[in-house]
Design a protein around this ligand. Structure first.
Ligand SMILES: [Mn+2]
Length: 347
């Protein structure tokens, strides 16, 4: 598992914020229970178990939960949120559960003779680490099942080239940091994603990776455990829509998708009357993070490109903008694409 972010208060100020804080803790406990029920050998925590460097009390709490594991050993690293300074409670904590937290900034290896498994990795000692060490790191124990446990994947946090990790000699690479789960190489290199979604950009399912090794061959599966999802509802208002119709439509959609989920309502277009659509009754009834209303969007393409050259939005504009001013269909394609990209917040 990765990025549990214990102690985070998601959507501070919203009515569901305190519940979410508790749910995130409950989900962590549930994953530990799953490990116990399945009698797994090894629980790997790929960083950011805590949302901030943990106090001794927070560590004792987690240590107690992990001490319920009768068979499972836990190996964890500190990430950029719960980074481990030399004088911090985390660096000096002695676990009473079967837990090892790998040391900060220098690579260490834990070899478990009974399992013939070697876990290689290290913790963060500060909020950022731009080292490209993950592109070169090597397994430590020939003949063992070698696992790399690492936290990173953007420019400021242990940037890595997916190709290098795919070609590494590790038998399994357990990654954390990016909240969206991603199988980089099937059964071999996996970004677990956050255990629960933490903010509205974390759309989609969240959970952990369960793996079984039989005769040196590993098979993994994603196990969804998050109690809620963030969802974007795109509402396209047509000229003959009335406000009542739209409210009913959104209400039905939320009923179908689940009333516990947290929604953003993105309103586009207008009706013949140019009515103002008031969603306050729905905001009071459901978990609605925000309602974004806009008239048909006019984008400053040049500015957007300059601000987003290094991400998906910039690449999208670059690919499609050649005929932007000459071709009406191309123009629409750019607008529709930008609408979606800008609204999901995924870059
Ligand atoms: Mn992180």
């Amino acid at each position: 598992m990765a990025d549990a972010h214990l102690g985070v208060q998601p959507d501070k100020g919203k009515p569901w914020s305190a519940d979410r804080e508790q749910e995130i803790k409950d989900t962590f406990v549930k994953v530990v229970q799953d490990a116990e029920n399945k009698q797994v050998d090894l629980l790997l925590i790929a960083g950011d178990l805590f949302h901030m460097p943990p106090s001794e009390g927070m560590l004792r709490d987690v240590d107690y939960i992990l001490s319920k594991l009768t068979k499972t050993k836990t190996i964890m690293i500190a990430g950029n949120h719960d980074y481990m300074k030399p004088d911090s409670p985390m660096a000096n904590y002695k676990f009473s559960s079967k837990t090892i937290c790998l040391s900060a900034d220098k690579i260490s290896n834990v070899y478990m003779k009974d399992l013939n498994v070697c876990v290689t990795g290290f913790s963060y000692s500060s909020k950022e680490n731009e080292d490209d060490i993950l592109n070169h790191i090597k397994p430590a124990k020939a003949g063992a099942f070698n696992i790399l446990l690492a936290h990173g994947g953007d420019a400021k946090h242990l940037p890595f080239n997916k190709k290098n990790l795919k070609e590494s000699n590790f038998d399994y690479v357990a990654l954390g940091h990016i909240h969206k789960p991603e199988v980089i190489k099937e059964n071999a290199v996996i970004m677990a994603g956050s255990l629960e979604p933490i903010d509205y950009t974390d759309t989609g399912a969240r959970g952990y990776i369960y793996g079984e090794v039989v005769d040196g061959i590993i098979k993994t599966e994603f196990v969804p455990v998050a109690q809620r999802s963030y969802m974007n509802l795109l509402i396209n208002i047509k000229p003959d829509h009335s406000p009542r119709m739209i409210l009913d439509l959104v209400d039905r959609q939320i009923q179908n998708l689940g009333t516990r989920n947290i929604y953003r309502i993105l309103v586009k277009g207008h009706n013949h009357n140019r009515d103002v659509f008031d969603f306050s009754t729905l905001v009071n009834r459901y978990n609605i993070y925000e309602v974004v209303t806009e008239a048909s969007e006019v984008y400053d393409l040049q500015q957007l490109y300059e601000d987003n050259q290094n991400n998906l939005i910039g690449r999208f504009i670059n690919q499609l903008s050649d005929n932007y001013y000459g071709d009406e269909i191309c123009k629409k394609a750019v607008h529709y694409g930008l609408d979606v990209l800008l609204k999901t917040g995924e870059q």
